[in-house]
Design a protein around this ligand. Structure first.
Ligand code: HEM
Length: 426
């Protein structure tokens, strides 16, 4: 256990697996992320205190989104393919792409296909809003935390772009909310299966208003887009750095898709793709400390523990397949907010959250979107390996772009380029 300082405060961090396990079990009245989130993101001025006071989006993500995955995977696949075709047209010539910026757009479109549906998910202003909103929230909260409390309302009113984001969101979502209500109430039509519909059906009182629903949809985007696009950019850098994995990933994807089409069943039969993503996340988690409670856990120390992971600094894309084979009894059933999200998956799956694997946090506040995120990332990697050849820019071959550290946060190199061309037939 040790104590570290960031620019705002001291906080206590544990790295011993036994202590991490103890923290996992702590009830919310002892270690809840609420206070840390309210202070860290300055929710009063940014996302709104209603998000922390009534987090009804969490069971919606954990249960409804996760259960709908078999139905939603083909749609996400279609959106991923269309996004890549538009942003990185597969041609015989190599095209150089700024990876992180491009992946934010792909992830924003693919995620919003299941958050608000087609065609809004690909509206350029709506996509730009959702990429920008997170940046505005983080920028505003960082500035506000440096200002005395008493001045925060004034500084917020002068500097923050967050209220503009909600207004911009309302412009897109109000007509959609009205149309869905009308179709349901006047014509008895079912709500389409997506996040906006589920939120509309669960929300009560003022939460049913357009403003509250819009702020909730933007909040879900806040949680989903940068986390997933950063994770996929790391995957892309690893794929370009270690081309020896490409053919085995391709073979696996083609075999699974031949049997099941582009479906959830096919994704479930892609252990190499799953392991490659998890290995990338093991070495590049969102931050060096995670679990934003009164106390945090040391992610990097856990992920680089030589007692858990042999030769821990080495990238081994198929490490988790070997671990699964060595530990066939390590099956867990994941309980998320009291509902069974996914029966019997392995603790070595990309979506798993446990004391040895902290990328999605741990315990009752572990990321509820992790099953969706893992499926989305698998679709993206499966599509990339079967459609393109990728490599690092000339002169950079074999040298993975350096991560950038913002305080304790780990960001994939934001300016590095990856070269893509239409896959040479093999
Ligand atoms: C690769 C992508 C993602 C990563 C690495 C990630 C990581 C995390 C982490 C580390 C936490 C904190 C967990 C804890 O404190 O124990 C978290 C919380 C959360 N995530 Fe994710 N996440 C990802 C994608 C998503 C997606 C796609 C969604 C929504 C669909 C989502 C929604 C949330 C929410 C709502 C919380 C707060 C949970 C709570 O406070 O109980 N995340 N995520």
């Amino acid at each position: 256990m040790f104590k570290v300082a960031d620019i705002f405060r001291w906080f206590v961090v544990v790295h011993d697996p036994k202590l991490i396990e103890e923290i996992r079990k702590l009830p919310d009245n002892i270690a809840s992320p609420k206070e840390a989130i309210s202070e860290g993101i300055q929710t009063k001025y940014t996302l709104g205190d209603h998000i922390v006071a009534n987090p009804y989006h969490i069971p919606v993500i954990a249960a409804k989104l996760t259960r709908a995955l078999p139905e939603l995977v083909p749609e996400v696949y279609e959106e991923v393919v269309d996004s890549f075709n538009e942003l990185i047209s597969p041609t015989e010539d190599w095209i150089s792409v700024r990876a992180l910026d491009t992946m934010k757009k792909v992830v924003a479109r693919a995620s919003n296909r299941v958050f608000v549906g087609y065609p809004l998910c690909r509206d350029p202003d709506y996509v730009d809003l959702n990429v920008q909103y997170t940046v505005d929230v983080i920028k505003t909260s960082t500035i506000l935390r440096m200002v005395p409390r008493v001045l925060r309302p004034l500084v917020h009113s002068m500097l923050s772009n967050v209220p503009n984001g909600i207004r911009r969101g309302l412009k897109h979502l109000s007509p959609l909310i009205a149309a869905r209500r009308k179709a349901h109430e006047e014509c008895g039509q079912e709500y389409p299966p997506d996040m906006l519909s589920w939120l509309m059906q669960v929300a009560v009182n003022e939460e049913q208003s357009d403003w509250y629903l819009t702020s909730r949809v933007l909040m879900v985007n806040f949680a989903a887009i940068h986390s997933s696009s950063m994770a996929f950019t790391h995957v892309l850098y690893d794929l370009a750095t270690y081309p020896e994995y490409t053919q085995r990933l391709r073979d696996e994807v083609e075999q699974a898709v031949k049997l099941h089409g582009w479906s959830k069943a096919a994704l479930d039969e892609m252990p190499r793709v799953d392991s490659f993503i998890k290995e990338s996340q093991r070495l590049n988690p969102l931050a060096v400390f995670l679990l934003n409670r009164t106390i945090g856990v040391a992610t990097t120390a856990t992920h680089l523990n030589p007692e858990t992971y042999e030769d821990p600094l080495r990238f081994d894309g198929f490490r988790f397949i070997k671990l699964k084979a060595q530990n066939p009894n390590h099956l867990t059933n994941h309980l998320t907010n009291g509902s069974l999200s996914q029966a019997y998956s392995s603790k070595f799956d990309a979506s798993a959250a446990n004391v040895d694997s902290l990328g999605f946090g741990l315990g009752r506040h572990a990321c509820p979107g992790r099953f969706f995120a893992a499926n989305e990332l698998k679709i993206m990697l499966a599509h990339v390996v079967t459609t393109y050849d990728v490599k690092l820019a000339e002169g950079d071959e074999g040298k993975r772009p350096d991560n950038v550290w913002l305080s304790t946060a780990c960001v994939p190199n934001p300016t590095a380029q990856v070269l893509f061309r239409k896959r040479a037939v093999t």
